[in-house]
Design a protein around this ligand. Sequence first.
Ligand SMILES: [Zn+2]
Ligand SMILES: [Zn+2]
Length: 171
Amino acid sequence: MRIQVGGLSEGVHAYSFRITPEELGLPSEFPDGVDIKATLEKTSRQLLLRASVATTVEVPCDRCVALIRQSLEARYQVHYVWEESEADRIEPSEVQVMPPGQTVIDLSDDVRQTVLLAFPLKNVCREDCRGLCPRCGKNLNEGTCECRETLVDGRWDKLKELQSNNSKQAG
Ligand SMILES: [Zn+2]
Ligand SMILES: [Zn+2]
């Protein structure tokens, strides 16, 4: 995923790429291609790249482990400069100094980093996912399991016991 910048005229240039997760070296959680839309603004002092990245991530639900797919979008920007002194004015994470004579910029590393950093930390298949029973492992979205019922019954027994004790004391 390279952009030829040698001989590029000053002004704004637009690019779009689609790249496979294999080409980008992404882990298997990213099953689909990655779409990149970028603009490159060239001035006498720098090249400013603004990119938006979109793909899909496939991860297990944190509660019930069902695989869920969700779309992922992220943006990043890079100032490519030729002079070290120019770099001082810019946020260090957003600047790259180009070696003299470099005529190509390669987006692959930055796109890969951006996608990986956008990886969601919390994943639930739906807000009210009931998860798995911690005792038998049944997916509670699909119905109630035996252990849950005995747990509930147990609570009722306790309550009945209390009630009968109370009534004994009252009487
Ligand atoms: Zn779930
Ligand atoms: Zn259970």
